[in-house]
Design a protein around this ligand. Structure first.
Ligand code: 5GP
Length: 117
């Protein structure tokens, strides 16, 4: 039986709570982060419930590749592609993951420091 997705992103996917969507297709959706860490801060999430990067299966390679491609389309759509931006996937506690439904952050619109804190 499929695992139940009780995360906030599961609720967004099911339309139980609203989100400010910028992309929707058969495999993923993307929406503005509620607590933006940069002028542009968008999250790309798969429709499939994958809790963390550690749960990716071999068959998910196409899905994760598609999410990266979608992120690049959104960066272009949002006008941050040429100046530059960052894609981030946090994994578990030490990686700073707070929502356990896989998601890719698109961050842009300002200079981003390195390394992350
Ligand atoms: P994480 O820390 O897990 O990598 O990122 C989770 C992100 O989800 C955070 O940047 C946080 O602001 C965002 N977030 C948490 N709850 C909600 C919500 O209800 N709606 C939206 N749009 N973003 C959320």
């Amino acid at each position: 039986m499929a695992k139940e997705n009780n995360t906030i992103f599961g609720k967004i996917l099911r339309g139980e709570i609203p989100s400010d969507k910028v992309w929707e297709d058969d495999y993923c959706i993307a929406f503005h982060d509620i607590n933006a860490a940069a002028p542009t801060h968008i999250l790309v999430i798969p429709r499939k419930y994958v809790p963390t990067l550690n749960d990716l299966e071999k068959d998910d390679k196409e899905l994760i590749g598609h999410m990266v491609w979608v992120a690049a389309q959104i960066a272009d759509q949002e006008g941050i592609a040429d100046d530059g931006y960052r894609l981030v996937i946090n994994c578990n506690d030490m990686g700073g993951q707070t929502v356990h439904h896989l998601h890719m952050h698109i961050l842009g619109g300002r200079g981003l420091s390195w390394p992350p804190g």
